[in-house]
Each structure stands twice: as C-alpha cells, then as structure tokens.
Design a protein around this ligand. Structure first.
Ligand SMILES: O=P(O)(O)OC[C@H]1O[C@H](O[C@H]2O[C@H](CO)[C@@H](O)[C@H](O)[C@H]2O)[C@H](O)[C@@H](O)[C@@H]1O
Length: 258
C-alpha cells in the first residue's frame, strides 16, 4: 500500500507518463497500445521481450497493472504466455481481478438472433468478417474500408431492432456489438476495489474510442488518461505510437522514468 505522504502528493498531469510505482496503478489497452495494429486479429505480433517487460513493470507497481482489452482474456493469455496478469476482456464483460484467480463473466451468451443477423450482414461484403467472442461480436472491415459507411448504420439498425441490452461500439476498422452493462470504465472501477489496486491513482493508456470509458474512469478516480497515436477527448498526455508506449514501460521497469 502507498504511504499516506505519497498518497497525499498532488497529481500532476504533466507527470502522467511518469507515474510513481508506489502510488499509481496502470491500466493498459492492448491492440494499438501495447502491440502494433495488424491486418487481421490473428496476425498481430507480440514483440520479443514485451511479456517480460510487462511482468517487470507489474512487479515494480506491486501488482497494480491490468490489461483492459476488447479481446477475450483467453486470447490475451495466449498472446502474452507465459505471463498471466489481472485482466479485463471483451470491454469489461470478462474480469480476472487477480492474476491467480478465475475469469468471471456475468454476461449471458450472445443472442443467437443477433449473431445470425450480424453474420448475414458481414457476408454481404467482401473482406468483412465477424469475430465471435461469446459475449460480444466484432464485425471487422479493415480489408474492406469502404464498407464501413454502410455497415455502421446497418449494424446500428440490427441492434436497435433487437431492442435490449446491447450497444455498438465503433473501433479501429471494427464495429463491436457488446453488452451495454459493461465497459472499460466499469472494469477500472472493479480493479480499484482490489487490494493490489486500492488507494492508487489509475493511469489508463489506450488508443481508441473504445478506451474512452477507461479514460473517464481513471480521471474520475483522480488519475490520468494517456492516448496513443492521436489526441482523444479529455486525455492528459499523448504518446506517439505503441513503440513509444513500450519505451515508456521500459523506463518504468528500469526505474529511470520517475
Ligand atoms: O481493446 P483492445 O485491446 O485495443 O482490442 C480492440 C480490438 O482489437 C482487435 O481488433 C483490432 O486489432 C486487430 C489487430 O491489429 C485489427 O486487425 C483490427 O482491425 C482492430 O479492430 C480484436 O480483434 C478485437 O476483438 C478487439 O476488441
């Protein structure tokens, strides 16, 4: 736990990229933030040494580091194996609050009627495909960028016709249809009640509209928001790209970024 003197130190957004390991908690988005964007979700490459680096930073922050992603926790584990971290998957629908604990999902399986509708819609466009994450479905159009303008309203209409409990979240060349109840902000709030995270100032790092709920939660808890690649609304600091995030983490692990 942070000392009371350290906790009382005023938070300075200019230092947001240099968080004190004793008083801060880190929440890291994955695609576009820790790893570079690839043409297909299965084509991403985790740079050599990144998993070890995350483990080192986590240890330095007393375990107060979590991955907060739109991917499933199982997929995150596969990407960063053998590292296992506290993690939120599918935009907060899956939660592993403690690295040694189970993955909890309070969400029902995705409604079949909506799944079928999204599948049929995706098949109408060359290069568009669905990614089934059990509790959410992502409709990817990176290989068919022009399809986005048509897909967006059609997906919104399908979700509205379904009528309850689901929302469309636009992301990086993707429309995510997910339960309305959870987002990256609810995930941050849940982590901040855990012993490893409680009393710390959260710093949320992300690159996308889907991270904005995480930014808002971090700021609402007295912390900071860091966007990657572009300035998203209400962030304190912008880092240039995922490479800059990895450099920043290396500084935190080495203890030179204080
Ligand atoms: O919340 P994140 O960790 O940033 O995950 C967001 C989504 O990432 C993946 O899709 C995105 O990255 C792919 C690989 O770079 C890219 O091909 C795709 O266009 C992006 O949308 C993942 O497939 C989704 O499930 C995540 O929700």
């Amino acid at each position: 736990m942070p000392s009371s003197a350290a906790r009382a130190r005023a938070f300075d957004p200019r230092r947001a990229v240099l968080p004190d390991p004793e008083t801060h908690a880190l929440f890291l988005d994955v695609d576009g933030t820790l790893i570079d964007i690839a043409p297909h979700p299965d084509a991403v490459r985790v740079p050599p040494g990144l998993a070890g680096l995350l483990g080192d930073v986590s240890a330095r922050f007393g375990g107060a580091l979590a991955l907060v992603s739109g991917r499933t926790v199982a997929r995150l584990d596969a990407l960063f194996a053998p590292l296992v971290l506290p993690a939120a998957g599918v935009h907060g629908a899956e939660l592993r609050l403690d690295a040694s604990g189970p993955v909890a999902s309070s969400v029902q399986p995705f409604p079949e009627r909506l799944r079928q509708g999204l599948g049929e819609l995706a098949r109408r466009f060359d290069g568009v495909f669905t990614e089934d994450k059990t509790s959410a479905i992502a409709v990817h159009y990176r290989a068919a960028p022009d399809a986005g303008a048509l897909l967006g309203p059609e997906i919104a209409a399908l979700v509205e016709a379904f009528g309850r409990g689901y929302v469309v979240l636009p992301g990086q060349m993707v429309f995510e249809v997910k339960p309305a109840l959870h987002d990256k902000g609810t995930a941050v709030a849940a982590f901040l009640e855990q012993p490893a995270f409680a009393g710390r100032r959260p710093v949320f790092v992300g690159d996308d509209v889907t991270d904005e709920a995480g930014f808002a939660a971090a700021r609402a808890h007295g912390g900071a928001a860091v966007s990657v690649g572009r300035r998203l609304p209400d962030v304190d600091i912008v880092l240039a790209d995922a490479g800059a995030v990895r450099d920043w983490l290396a500084g935190l692990a080495a203890g030179t970024a204080r």
